[in-house]
Design a protein around this ligand. Structure first.
Ligand SMILES: [Zn+2]
Length: 274
């Protein structure tokens, strides 16, 4: 760093610029969940989160190509125009059970996600085919997906390589955000609820409450919302209370915007050090 401009009040400049970020992602957006998703997006806006990353499934549980539903596509295009981001979220979302699965595979894909880990152990070719197909379908519908996020964040290494080769710019996992262009990884654990049954809901409320306190000073807070969260009053209550608090001091943005900010920071640092 050289020159007087760069050295004057660096701490003050850093503090004023570094208002923390808040990324809310809405998972499992598809024609089947559209009405619920629509209500959730409206509710999020009432709690000052007016843009989020929408994780759209190209063919949710093989019920038909989402992009063939014209009304659904029109709705997504309007959301994208309003500042929301469209993200590719798996292809079918579900992962068929295999014979002779290891205990680890069973535990992760059945207990943790109830069979939704489509990209958990997918091979490179299959992953590339599915992501590239999704990207083409979305682009043909006039959408501009930049990111790929695997169902339940379970993405094999091969799957990650395929996402990069399919020209996806970033992916996220439960505990980090990965810029696929620059290979930079940012540690950040997402808040996420499990609404599947009563004990999981109780555990989720306690865990996310504690996690939100632990993350209070992190530059990025991530919250993954699932349509089913909205149907459980106690979960939705905690989410909205949290959003009211977080949006007071943080800027709600999409993953795409957040990645763009990180890249411009690196550029600025490079030009300062020249
Ligand atoms: Zn999902």
């Amino acid at each position: 760093m050289t020159g007087t401009a760069a050295t004057s009040f660096p701490l003050f400049a850093a503090a004023s610029q570094e208002k923390g970020a808040l990324v809310v992602s809405l998972h499992d957006v598809a024609p089947a969940t559209r009405h619920l998703s629509e209500r959730i997006i409206k509710e999020l806006a009432r709690h000052r989160v007016r843009v989020c990353s929408l994780l759209v499934v190209p063919d949710y549980h093989r019920t038909g190509a989402s992009m063939n539903d014209r009304e659904f596509v029109r709705w997504l295009r309007d959301l994208e125009a309003a500042g929301h981001e469209i993200v590719i979220h798996g292809y079918y979302h579900a992962r068929p059970r295999r014979e002779n699965e290891s205990l680890r595979a069973k535990l992760i894909t059945r207990s943790y996600t109830r069979g939704e880990g489509e990209f958990f152990d997918i091979d490179y070719d299959e992953a590339l085919t599915r992501i590239a197909r999704a990207r083409e379908e979305f682009a043909a519908a006039g959408l501009k997906p930049r990111g790929f996020i695997a169902p339940a964040w379970l993405l094999s290494r091969e799957g990650e390589r395929a996402a990069r080769d399919a020209e996806m710019e970033y992916t996220t996992r439960l505990t980090r955000v990965c810029d696929l262009r620059t290979a930079q990884e940012f540690k950040s654990r997402s808040l996420v609820y499990s609404a599947r049954n009563a004990w999981r809901r109780t555990a989720s409320l306690a865990w996310n409450g504690a996690l939100a306190r632990m993350l209070a000073n992190s530059p990025l807070i991530r919250l993954g919302v699932h349509p089913s969260d909205f149907e459980h009053g106690e979960i939705w209550q905690q989410i909205t209370t949290l959003l009211d608090q977080l949006s007071e001091t943080r800027t709600p943005m999409t993953y795409c915007d957040w990645i763009a900010e990180r890249r411009s920071e690196v550029k600025n640092q490079e030009s300062e050090s020249e």
